[in-house]
Design a protein around this ligand. Sequence first.
Ligand code: IPD
Ligand code: CA
Ligand code: CA
Length: 254
Amino acid sequence: MPISLATLETIVRTAGAVAMGYFNDIENLAVNKKAARDLVTDADVAVEHHLKQALAEHCPSYGFWGEESGQTDDQTSRWIVDPIDGTHSFSKGQYFWAVSVALEIDGELVMGAVYAPALDDYYCAEKGQGAWKNGKRIHVSGETCLAASMVSTGFACLRQYLEDNNLERFCRIAQATTGQRRMGSAALDLCTVADGQVDAFWEQELNLYDVAGGALVVMEAGGTMTDFNGRPGVFPKQILATNGGLLAQILPLM
Ligand code: IPD
Ligand code: CA
Ligand code: CA
C-alpha cells in the first residue's frame, strides 16, 4: 500500500479534530443549502480542504474526489472523501456523523476509514487484511433469523422527487424485523453492520463518496455488499449491506 493504515488514521483523526472544532461551537456554525434539503457547513469545506492537502502530501500522484470540491483528473488511483457524512445531524449537535475516506486503485476499493469524532469511534479496513474498530478486529453479526433482526436505512434528501421513495420498502421490512433504525450517516451505518450492532442496512440514491469507506469495512468484516437484486458490488444508487446470514431472506423484501 502507498500509505499505512496507521498514517491514514493519523490523517483522518486530525480531520476529525478539525470537524470537532466547529462541532464544539455549533451555535456559531453557518449552515448553507446546496439544494432544498442538502446542507453544507463551513466544517464540511474545512475538513475536506484539510484531507485533500494531507493526503496529497503522502500520495502526490493520486487523484481526489471529495463531495464538496469535486473530482481531479486522475481516476486510476484516487481518494474518495466525504468530509462529514451526516451533516444534518452534525448541524443539530447530534453525535452520529463521520469523516469518510477510501482509497480506490484501478476501480477497486483497497483502504477505507470512517471516523465518528463525537463518539471517538474509528473504523478502518484494508483489502484482504480485515476490518477494525478502535484497534480491535470486528466481524458482522451471526444473526440468521430476519424476524429477530435489527435493520437500518436512510432516506435520500431528494426523496420527494423519487418515484421509489423507500417508504413502502421500509414498511415491508419493518413488519418483518424486530428493530429498525434511521441513524443519519450512511458511512457510519455501514460500519454498524460491520461490527454487528445492526444486521443489515440499505439506502438508495447515494454517491460513492457516501459509502466507499464504509463498504470496504463491511466486506472486510465478512458482510455482503450488493444491490437490491443481490448483485455483488458497491452500487451507491441501490446499496444493501448485510451480515451474509440474512441476505437471502431480505432480498425478496427489497
Ligand atoms: C447523507 C447521509 C444520510 C443519507 C443521505 C446522505 P451528507 O450524507 O449519508 O444518512 O440519508 O442520503 O446524503 O449529505 O450528510 O454527506
Ligand atoms: Ca454523505
Ligand atoms: Ca457530506
